[in-house]
Design a protein around this ligand. Structure first.
Ligand SMILES: Cc1ncc(C[n+]2csc(CCOP(=O)(O)OP(=O)(O)O)c2C)c(N)n1
Ligand SMILES: [Mg+2]
Length: 742
């Protein structure tokens, strides 16, 4: 028996009123309420004991428990079952108490299935031990501490926006977001940033109905949080209502907790509920607390057991210790019966089953959604007038305008996207036309921007945030990796993050130099399961691909990064100054995810007779596989090669994840030789993926790759030393063309 279990039993058996820790009875005799609290707390406690027993038997895989924190059950009791909750991994009491409010709930089974990794676990299908349930408004969280706070804040802001815009939102208009986390987590920059976002947003007068619940047990694994720090840090923040409650004194904690939740519900402003707790049994089953704590300190915590405190209240109201113990034992027996019932339950049986929720892809339906969206747009051209060729930036602007017009769920936001219309004018005029409720500036914090996007998706909106430069996505990247992309995985698709994150990036821009405005690192995005990475090079593709990404967000809750090559935003010419050959007319509705574009042969060179097959219908001599800035560079090189008698076709990948494997293999096979033109870095760049696809696809011809250096990008003209150049491309292409006869 766990020592905490024996301590509880022994203390109950001794006369509680003699224990020197008698607790004031609540004002009214609401014994049913107190029994409900005890039941939630004791259920959570026993589940923790059982988790460790199951692990010893090899049937359980998770032992981070809630023991000592169970007064968080009162937070659920003070909230409503429809209030979205994003919970700390020690909020077991909350979970059980929330389940008590929803008939038909099976919290014991849910939690057991979670820690045993069973396929029928209701939210994650056993993929991770999370607190989450589709019917309990509990949105599952990852283990990355504090990473859920930006989303929680985003949800609290976006719920209101959705209601204001008349968008269907699954959360009531007076809902309160409940977000719990630990005391050490409160120091994480993600938490600090998210709380700041809530305050800065509320400061502007916008509703931010969120209660931050800091479950303060005084430790982050082995590291103590100095006494008084949480109060010092959050007790007097302007705009943050601070409420303290002691979990080991539930009678006094209850009114404080109720006050915090009611305040947020009525005022629509953030509150910080500082819930003092203890932590029993170390950080997890594997944590030998004795190595960093004194035995007498560990023992002293037992006197602050919230279960004993609730038992005291029950006894003060007339229950006998035997009644309490009987209920305590009944709960354990109920859990044991559930464990027995789960003996033969299955776990997911294949990679396909595990991966099923990662990315829903229904290209047919996405295409239909694009058509529906397009039907909503006003007629853009007068009859008889041909549509105007556009630059990449103009085309994205027009596509955003069209999406905002077609679907009121679409919102566009980021740093400088509002009045200024973006650093490069891509969102110009959109705020004026569609209003500041739908096109708006955010705080200068990429985590906050993505968090708002994640929350907005949960509120029924279709967020299209902008991250100003690729270099600045990196400091917030976990919001895509850990939060956005993993949510469907941990919720079997019940909660998702439909979103298109526009990111301006890649090198070669002349206007604004240096690494941070020319960052070419995309490897960190390409390995995120399920994430779509789009990279349009030309205006017509940009509009069509943006529609595809938005339609995929609407239809399949797809999360996409839309990587826009800054250097191509305003490019008009391709071969010669004034030729306007890089402008394009938006004619395709959409581009299916993972389909490449092929430029079959170079434009003939005016006035120059080319040798070989440049103008014939014979197949090309080599395939250049590229994307982004590499596409116009390759086309220019192809033209020079054509003049010398070598015909090169250029394939634009368009999608960097998933790569258009079928298309690139077909193009490679059609010429037998491949040159990969990759403006990202030699190590970890996109080209590595292309080579792998070619080799794994059985392509046996010669492959050459040219890429940028493994360097940061220099300021000014010296950037040319490290970024891939057309000369390098041409040299490699000529070498490749000379390798044997096909
Ligand atoms: C970003 C991140 N860094 C490190 C960890 C490893 N880790 C897990 S829990 C934890 C301590 C958290 O302490 P606290 O926030 O006080 O919560 P408690 O476990 O005490 O309830 C750490 C360091 C993590 N999960 N996430
Ligand atoms: Mg802690």
């Amino acid at each position: 028996m766990h020592p905490l279990d024996s301590y509880f039993r022994d203390s109950l058996t001794a006369d509680l009123s003699d224990s020197g820790r008698a607790i004031a009875a609540p004002e009214s005799d609401k014994s049913a309420w107190w029994w409900g609290l005890f039941e939630a707390q004791a259920t959570s406690r026993h589940l923790d004991f059982v988790a460790r027993e199951l692990q010893q038997e090899g049937r359980g895989f998770y032992t981070i428990g809630s023991a000592g924190h169970e007064s968080n059950a009162m937070v659920a009791m003070a909230a409503r079952a429809s209030d979205p909750a994003l919970l700390h991994y020690r909020s077991g009491g909350f979970y059980v108490a929330r389940a008590q409010q929803v008939s038909g709930s099976t919290p014991i089974r849910d939690v057991l299935q979670g820690l045993m990794g069973l396929a029928d676990e209701p939210i994650a299908g056993g993929r991770h031990k999370v607190f989450g349930h589709p019917d309990l408004a509990v949105i599952p969280q990852t283990s990355t501490i504090a990473s859920h706070l930006p989303r929680a804040v985003g949800l609290s802001i976006a719920m209101h926006r959705a209601h204001r815009l008349g968008v269907d939102c699954e959360w009531p208009s007076d809902a309160v977001v409940v977000c719990s986390f630990g005391d050490a987590s409160a120091n994480h920059s993600t938490a600090a940033g998210a709380i700041n976002t809530a305050l800065a947003t509320a400061f502007r007068g916008l509703p931010v109905p969120i209660v931050f619940v800091c479950e303060d047990n005084g430790f982050g694994i082995s590291v103590p949080t100095p006494a008084g720090w949480i109060e010092a840090a959050y007790g007097s923040r302007p705009g943050l209502a601070y409420v303290a409650a002691d979990g080991s004194d539930p009678a006094n904690a209850w009114p404080a907790i109720l006050k915090a939740i009611d305040f947020v519900r009525e005022q629509r402003r953030p509150a910080f509920l500082h819930l003092r707790t203890v932590r029993f049994g170390g950080h997890a089953g594997s944590d030998a607390e004795i190595s960093y704590r004194k035995p007498r300190d560990i023992q002293a915590d037992y006197g602050r057991d919230p279960l004993l405190a609730t038992a005291s209240c029950l006894c003060a109201m007339g229950a006998s210790a035997a009644d309490v113990l009987a209920r305590y034992d009944d709960i354990r027996a109920e859990i044991d019966r559930e464990v027995d019932g789960l003996r033969n339950d299955r776990r997911l049986g294949s990679a396909a089953e595990v991966m099923a929720p990662i990315a829903l892809r229904r290209p047919g339906r996405v295409a239909e959604t694009v058509r529906t969206l397009r039907n909503m747009r006003p007629e853009q051209t007068e009859p008889g007038h041909s549509p105007k060729p556009r630059t990449l930036a103009e085309s994205i602007n027009a596509a955003l305008d069209e999406l905002l017009t077609a679907d009121r769920r679409v919102i566009v936001f980021g740093e400088d996207v509002g009045a200024k219309g973006g650093v490069y004018g891509v969102t110009a005029r959109l705020a004026r036309k569609h209003g500041r409720a739908r096109v708006f500036d955010t705080l200068l914090d990429e985590q906050a921007i993505l968090g708002l996007g994640l929350g907005a998706g949960l509120a029924g909106l279709i967020p299209i945030p902008e991250v100003q430069y690729l270099a600045y996505l990196h400091n917030a990247e976990d919001q895509l990796r850990g939060e956005g992309a993993s949510l469907p995985f941990f919720s079997r698709g019940r909660f998702c993050n439909p979103m298109v994150v526009r990111v301006a990036g890649l090198g070669y821009q002349k206007g604004f130099g240096g690494h941070f405005h020319n960052d070419n690192a995309v490897a960190v995005l390409r390995d995120i399961p399920g994430l779509v990475v789009a990279c349009p090079a030309r205006a017509d593709d940009a509009a069509a691909m943006l529609r595809t990404c938005a339609a995929a967000a609407i239809t399949d809750a797809t999360l996409s990064v839309f990587l826009e090559p800054i250097a191509l935003y305003h490019q008009r010419d391709l071969y010669e100054p004034g030729d306007q050959a890089w402008l394009a007319v938006d004619h395709d509705d959409h581009v299916p995810i993972g389909r490449a574009r092929i430029y079959l042969r170079p434009e003939p060179v005016e006035g120059r007779a080319s040798r070989g097959s440049a103008h014939s219908t014979a197949p090309a001599d080599l395939t250049m596989i590229s994307f982004g800035n590499g596409v116009p560079m390759s086309l220019r090189v192809a033209r020079r090669l054509a003049a010398a008698g070598t015909v090169a076709q250029v394939l634009d990948l368009r999608w960097l994840a998933p790569l258009p494997v079928e298309d690139l293999l077909a193009a490679a096979r059609s010429t037998g030789r491949v040159l990969i033109v990759d403006e990202t870095r030699h190590s970890g760049g996109v080209g590595e993926g292309v080579i792998t696809a070619l080799v794994e696809g059985g392509f046996e011809g010669p492959i050459q790759r040219v890429a940028s250096q493994d360097s940061f990008v220099h300021l000014g003209t010296a950037a040319e030393h490290v970024l891939l150049s057309e000369d390098e491309i041409e040299k490699a292409a000529r070498t490749l063309a000379e390798i044997g006869e096909r």
